[in-house]
Ligand binder design. Structure first.
Ligand code: F6P
Length: 546
């Protein structure tokens, strides 16, 4: 699977892990006052401290060697050059073109894709401004104040996360809503609050064939036409898609469609027309800042030596844990209420991209690929799953993210938040030995028996890794940098694992089987063959729904 050279580097890294397992981070910090400085990187207002990871120079050197042997530099170039690196679908992968701010061409099949991207950006600008200024109104002439994005997966998670992350930039008289789940509750709970006359629906679907989105869109269309009639659709529905024929079949005119292209993967699409709701919410200028931030990260990724390349360094540290420590999970913990949906967004980005078992050479892998990602907003999660992170038997590497300045500097809230994020990283890394715990108990006046009984419970193994990412403030530019950083991290890991990070065949089997089961639940098909569990569950559901 690997070349001889790669295999040698891989085996050497295994040997380094054996050696390093005995070394403790707290000792490394004690022995090297410059460790934090040495293992930190900066890009404009973004600071990344990766010194609390289980690494040293020798390990990093071998990880960089592995990346070079796997051809990472050439593969980055291939992506930026529009080569068809999504080989199972024979597509280029050009989310970077969506935020390409330089006036240079990017070719796919000999054709510059930038003019079409810029035309759609202009359309997004004109339309978002018209809605915000009340120039594009609803059917009865009222200002559109409630924007509903109907989409799922990449057509929902990115815009939803970004709108929430950038709430301080929202126009005061515009409210954004998201309908994603096929569960009727998702539609009902949004529509219940809205007035058809002032509601704009954005139907976001790359393929325009996704059953959840089309079912939700039909329900919303019905809700609108019941109130305002069929003619109102043109003033209340727009579509974001690559599939013009299906958009028109649904009854949305081509002029109300914002196009994107098959070189944009669903989970990489918030920079495309899929970002329309972001532009309406925060204004086109701010949307451009989001693109500019991502573009700055793209430039950094494409042009910085691997050793100083933020996405590459983070990716290789992830590889180190995943493949050499056998730690197949990691957590992303933003200490910023507005970033609370970032982990959910990253779950699709990472797990749909790298949850693969077949290599680009058409062979099953014999090593671990994409890890399980989870997370939530700090400090909330400190009071839920952090117990396990500190004292459980699972080691979970963490990305901590925080802005130095909050959008809501109320009293000392943000100072408390800042002190918590730093304390968590320190506690996880440093831990507390039994002796230290005993000493503390003694100082608190506990008896010898009590100390002996409690000191193990009160101790922390420490040596638990984390990376801390600090922004000056979470503005559109910073969010662009952050999201693009994770995109390129995922890309880099896909290269090391020799898998295609840009297809998602794994979601298909469940969709197929659901289509078989639907007529049975609806009572129009009988006797379809299933395993006894599925068959019994279908019968049970039908019985209690009667
Ligand atoms: O089910 C997976 C998936 O194909 C994602 O990759 C995609 O983001 C989502 O469904 C939605 O697809 P579409 O934008 O075509 O509706």
């Amino acid at each position: 699977m690997f070349t001889k050279k790669e295999d040698k580097t891989w085996r050497h890294l295994q040997h380094l892990q054996d050696k390093f397992a005995k070394i403790r981070l707290r000792d490394l910090f004690a022995g090297d006052p410059l460790r934090a400085e040495k293992y930190s990187l900066q890009l404009e207002n973004m600071h990344v401290d990766y010194s609390k990871n289980l690494i040293n120079d020798e390990i990093m050197r071998h990880l960089f060697a592995l990346a070079r042997e796997r051809g990472l530099e050439d593969k980055i170039k291939a992506m930026f050059d529009g080569k068809k690196i999504n080989q199972t679908e024979n597509r280029a992968v050009l989310h970077i073109a969506l935020r390409h701010r330089q006036k240079t061409p990017i070719y796919v099949d000999g054709r510059d894709v930038m003019p079409q991207i810029n035309t759609v950006l202009e359309k997004i600008r004109d339309f978002s401004e018209a809605v915000r200024l009340g120039r594009f109104t609803g059917y009865t002439g009222k200002k559109l104040t409630d924007i509903v994005n109907i989409g799922i997966g990449g057509s929902d998670l990115g815009p939803f996360m970004a709108c929430e992350a950038l709430k301080p930039y929202w126009a005061k008289d515009i409210h954004c809503h998201f309908i994603s789940n096929i569960d009727g509750t998702a539609c009902a709970e949004v529509l219940n609050k809205l007035n058809p006359e002032t509601t704009l629906f954005i139907v976001a679907s790359k393929t325009f064939t996704t059953i959840e989105t089309l079912t939700n869109a039909k329900t919303c269309r019905h809700w609108l036409t019941e109130a305002l009639g069929e003619h109102a659709v043109a003033k209340h529905f727009v579509a974001l898609s690559t599939n013009k024929a299906e958009v028109e079949k649904f009854g949305i005119n081509a002029e109300n469609m914002f196009e994107f292209w098959d070189f944009v993967g669903g989970r990489y699409s918030m920079w495309s027309a899929i970002g329309l709701i972001i532009a309406i919410a925060i204004g086109y200028k701010n949307f451009e800042r989001l693109l500019e931030g991502a573009n700055a990260m793209d430039e950094h990724f494409a042009n910085t030596p691997l050793e100083q390349n933020i996405p590459v360094v983070l990716a290789l540290i992830g590889i180190w844990y995943n493949n050499f420590y056998n730690i197949h999970r990691y957590a992303v913990i933003p200490y910023d209420q507005y970033l609370q949906y970032l982990p959910a967004y990253l779950q699709q980005l990472d797990m749909e991209s790298n949850g693969k078992s077949v290599t680009l050479d058409n062979k099953f892998v014999n090593y671990a690929t994409g890890p399980v990602l989870f997370g939530g907003a700090g400090t909330n999660v400190q009071h839920s799953f952090f117990q396990l992170l500190h004292q459980g038997t699972e080691i979970v590497p963490i990305d901590f993210i925080i802005p130095a300045i909050s959008h809501n500097e109320i009293g000392n809230h943000h100072q408390i938040l800042l002190s918590n994020i730093l304390a968590q990283g320190e506690a996880l890394m440093h831990g507390k030995t039994e002796e230290e715990a005993a000493l503390e108990l003694e100082k608190a006046g506990k008896s010898k028996t009590e100390i002996a009984r409690l000191k193990k419970y009160k101790s922390f193994s420490g040596n638990r890794p984390s990376t801390t990412i600090i922004f000056k403030k979470i503005d559109p530019y910073a969010l662009g940098q952050l999201v693009a950083m994770y995109e390129h991290k995922v890309f880099t890991q896909g290269i090391i694992w020799n898998i295609n990070s840009f297809d998602q065949f794994g979601v298909e089997l469940g969709k197929q089987l659901a289509l078989n089961i639907l007529p049975e639940i609806e009572g129009t098909a009988f006797g379809v063959e299933h395993d006894s569990s599925t068959a019994a569950l279908i019968n049970y559901i039908k019985k209690i729904r009667k």
